[in-house]
Design a protein around this ligand. Sequence first.
Ligand SMILES: Cc1ncc(COP(=O)(O)O)c(C=O)c1O
Length: 372
Amino acid sequence: MSRFFDLVSKPAREMGGFLPSPLPRRSSLDTQPRIIKLDSNENPFGPSPRAVEAMQLALAAANSYPDDDCSELRRKLAAYHDVPTEQVLVTAGSTALLGLLCQTMLAPGLNAVTSERSFIVYAMAVHAVGAQLIEAPMQEDGFDLDAILEAINEDTRVVFLANPNNPTGTMLDAEAVDKFIAEVPGHVVVVLDEAYYEFASHFAVRRKVEYSGSLKYLRQGASVVVLRTFSKAHGLAGLRVGYGLGPAELLAYCARMRDTFSVSTVAQAAAVAALDDMNHVGRVVSNNVEQAQILGVGLSELGYRVVPTAANFLYCDVSGDASGFAERLRGEGVSVRPLGGWGAPNCIRVSIGTPEQNQIFLSAARKVGGAT
Ligand SMILES: Cc1ncc(COP(=O)(O)O)c(C=O)c1O
């Protein structure tokens, strides 16, 4: 008989939890060949050498608690984005801020709205506080902003828009978001989740479209929180550091809900140094744009449908059981994400790797793909 089932809270009983990459991490002493991890949209080039150096220096201060306010990093981000420091909140990854926003804005009886097939953490953060997540239908593989607007009701407090979306990689242009923000009712905060901002803005320039105007909404006084992260283009996913740019009053409420000392000294030092190495980000996003094209063509030649991406991964319909496909790929030493859990059992999400990793992935897909 279960000992704690009746004792834990309803959300804890009912939540499914996060399914991380299926692969156990190998220790550095392991002599087996490393699996090529294209399943979590990580940066295949790692952090900037400047960030690595800053981390090494910060290690010697590991006996002291971190600066809870992340003062230096906040100041630097405020200057970088040209907003007041009070409009910046640094958290242990941007997912931590998703949780804080839900704790701050939601409760049982209230809801948040997003799209179907979007970032899995929205559901987790909303359900953890006993609130409801309403998922509006998609239009093809992108957001249907009219359907999202229609889904908003008087109990809605938050809308999550991942731009670009994970896992479909689709991007909303500035005109669509302008119109959306103008129509959202006043009792709703719009979270513009721009975890892939650096990739999307690079693609947008190439494609001559206008990407996010998110900071403009903030400056105009709209109820928006813009999420950015050091996990992707900066290659610091393992350190857990991200941030939000939003109305000072709302961020101050979120800050009250924070775990104390949640962003480590090492993470803060790395992020400060990473901001000084935009050349590193430039190299990462250039590789991504070139390799997105090569991977896209390679997958299309295998007969798969690939959705044009604005991020560092591709959403691909392998026209068959994607979970079996992913398992066979793992047998060839490559890990990708099958998307059955997102309601897309024929689709995978594959992160864009280095040129070499992508060639290995394409050869493996060629080898195992016929059986889907
Ligand atoms: C849309 C989206 N938002 C946020 C995150 C999480 O970022 P962080 O590592 O800063 O928590 C991810 C990571 O995959 C993501 O896809």
